[in-house]
Design a protein around this ligand. Structure first.
Ligand code: RIB
Length: 303
């Protein structure tokens, strides 16, 4: 079982020719709405990848709540611990340019009021708590306390890592997933080397697995004895929104079922790559069969 404690948003997406710089306006055609939020995206990605998943988080009392939850409900994610709080569902205003790159502004809404208390009784030994940094970090820290007490594994994705306190959470997780710049920030805050491979090795020496996503260079991770690298396959990129979330959901699913780190990385890379081939953060999350098919074509370098 994977328990995701995280954000739930409705994404308002406009495709534009070029993302605006500060002070600029970029116009595109219709605004499309998609279910999103890093927590919800990762919950859906893990469910599609084959895990039993429970989502713990909140939506508001507005009209955005139902569409924000639609994919999770349809996929069979357990929503019994979800709260509906007076106020606005989280939203993300997203511009996506022709090459697939995005720019995101988040209105947190009730995601800013989630409580780790809601996890009480929701975690058991051997289960996985999957979190991101899009909820209050003090609650994320309390969630780690609860997971430790229950004997559950903690997988923490540092995105979007706008607060130095993220490094303190990274230092307590069993598995930490970051992009290259987040990893460098975590490393700097913890006094570790900032080059990705050296950072992953230094984290492994403290008993943690650090996974660093490197965009078109794939991903690397260290388990204390081996440095793993997986290069991504070539795909036609349409929209990178949610690719990191698909990676995290699939990686967590593989580790939760007991796969070794190399296989889990290959499945994460396969899921993240497939997620780039369609618009929307959740609609593009691949299923277990597609992930397995593509992962089998990837080579895991061990060094
Ligand atoms: O990681 C992508 C997500 O970030 C989007 O779905 C958006 O809601 C923001 O939270």
């Amino acid at each position: 079982m994977i328990v995701v404690f995280g954000s739930i948003n409705l994404d308002l997406v406009v495709m534009v020719k070029r993302l605006p710089l500060p002070g600029e306006t970029s116009a595109g055609p219709d605004c499309q709405t998609f279910a999103g939020g890093k927590g919800a995206n990762q919950a859906l990605a893990a469910r599609r990848a084959g895990a039993a998943v429970r989502m713990v988080g909140a939506v508001g009392t507005d009209a955005f709540a139902t569409p924000a939850l639609a994919n999770l409900a349809a996929a069979g994610v357990d929503l019994s611990a979800l709260r509906r709080l007076e106020g606005s569902t989280g939203i993300a205003m997203i511009g996506v340019e022709a090459a697939g790159e995005n720019l995101i502004i988040v209105g947190s809404g009730v995601n800013a009021r989630v409580s780790a208390n809601w996890l009480s009784g929701q975690l058991a030994a051997g289960e996985t708590l999957l979190m991101q940094a899009e909820i209050p970090l003090a609650e994320a820290a309390r969630a780690i306390d609860l997971a430790e007490a229950a004997g559950a594994r903690v997988i923490f994705n540092t995105a979007p890592a706008t607060d130095p306190a993220v490094a303190r959470l990274a230092a307590r997780a069993d598995v930490v997933i970051s992009n290259e710049s987040e990893a460098a920030d975590v490393a700097a805050a913890l006094g570790l080397p900032q080059v990705a491979a050296a950072y992953a090795a230094a984290m492994a020496a403290t008993g943690r697995i650090a996974v660093v996503t490197l965009g078109s260079d794939g991903v690397l991770a260290h388990d204390g004895t081996t440095l793993y690298r997986v290069a991504p396959p070539q795909v036609a990129v349409v929209d990178t929104t949610g690719a990191g979330d698909a990676f995290c959901g699939a990686l967590a699913t593989a580790l939760d079922r007991g796969a070794d780190l190399g296989q889990a990385l290959a499945e994460g890379v396969a899921a993240g790559s497939l997620a780039c081939t369609a618009t929307g953060a959740q609609s593009s999350a691949p299923d277990a069969a597609d992930i397995a098919r593509l992962a089998a074509t990837l080579s895991v370098r061990r060094g």
